[in-house]
Ligand binder design. Structure first.
Ligand code: NAP
Length: 307
């Protein structure tokens, strides 16, 4: 019987593990299908406090994991495929094997939605990014393209004009899902060009291992053409990793966990941390902070129950 199982090994899960381990709770951390979370697919992280020279994303999460293991956290590979939250102790199916636990911290994150073009996938971290806050800085004076027609795409396009010489926003329709105020702001920004009714057929150049341009296709005319770009930002939404929890705890209409204050979910003894609940900030530091909160709540909860 575990005191706490932490689902996910990104910043939220690892920080929860550090705190829970230091509280002597011997947490079990389930790595998940993207061990290390979003940071494992970024390069240099320059906004995590404490690293004046920046730190590579994969190194940052690996350091957190080592820190948690140092205090007694245990990590296992695999994913939670099914949960039984009908009674306590809770039961979690981890790749076919059931585990019992008094409490659960869900830190399974949200995965960026990608276009899923083979060329795009091969160039993630080499000019292709899903996070303007993380990677915009690397495109100072460069040509940037943003894909999407929602608030995220508008926000990222506007943010990226601080760095890029020009920003092209490409959207597959001519109507935008984004709020009017965000669209108006984008249209009014002289550094942004909007290209509508257009999709991306390919990101170049996989053979050079860096982004040099894209092939675009106008859906109205069928015309295809090439555009030179240095940075390619995909902002077409995120998908929270909550499939095993559907019907077990309260989720909103997009599948994000609904917070019941602090790190509490709708179910006593089940806590949330990081992007699986947060659709607003989505930063490494906010996820770490949320992991800390969840572990402290677990500690207090177990203590109140006499464990
Ligand atoms: P979103 O509102 O779901 O918009 C996703 C956009 O990506 C849509 O324009 C969609 O096109 C496009 N898209 C999806 N799949 C695509 C594909 N395969 N190829 C090309 N385009 C594709 O997502 P979001 O912008 O991330 O926003 C999520 C939520 O957070 C929203 O509720 C939003 O209001 C909120 N948010 C708010 C702010 C803010 O207020 N500052 C900032 C960011 C996000 P279609 O329209 O054609 O489907």
């Amino acid at each position: 019987m575990r005191n706490v199982v932490i689902i996910g090994s990104g910043c939220a899960g690892n920080t929860a593990a550090i705190y829970a381990a230091r509280a002597n709770l011997k947490p079990l951390v389930v790595g998940g299908h993207e061990p290390g979370g979003q940071l494992s697919i970024t390069s240099l992280v320059e906004n995590f406090p404490g690293f004046p020279e920046g730190i590579n994303g994969p190194d940052l999460v690996e350091n957190m994991k080592k820190q948690a293991e140092h205090f007694g956290a245990e990590y296992i590979h695999g994913s939670v495929t099914e949960v039984d939250f009908t009674k306590r102790p809770f039961r979690l199916n981890i790749d076919g094997e059931w585990h019992e636990t008094r409490t659960v911290i869900i830190a399974s994150g949200a995965s960026a939605r990608w276009l899923n073009l083979p060329s795009e996938q091969k160039l993630i971290g080499h000019g292709v990014s899903s996070c303007a806050t993380c990677d915009g800085f690397f495109y100072r004076g460069k040509k940037i393209m943003v894909i999407g027609g929602g608030d995220s795409a508008m926000e990222e396009a506007n943010f990226l004009t601080r760095f890029g010489e020009e920003v092209t926003l490409v959207h597959r329709r001519d109507a935008f899902r984004a709020s009017k105020i965000m669209v108006d702001r984008t249209v009014a920004n002289p550094k942004i060009t909007m290209v509508t009714n257009t999709v991306v057929d390919e990101v170049h150049d996989v053979s050079q291992k860096t982004v040099t341009g894209v092939t675009l296709r106008n859906l109205k005319t069928g015309e295809t053409y090439r555009r030179d770009v240095d940075g390619f930002f995909v902002a077409i939404g995120h998908i929270p990793n909550t499939r095993p929890f559907v019907g077990k705890i309260e989720l909103d209409e997009d599948g994000y966990i609904v917070s019941h204050g602090g790190a509490r979910t709708s179910l006593t003894g089940v806590f949330h941390a990081g992007d699986v609940q947060d659709r607003t900030y989505r930063q490494a530091i906010t996820a770490s902070g949320a992991g800390c909160m969840a572990a402290i709540e677990v500690e207090r909860f177990l203590e109140a129950e006499g464990h």
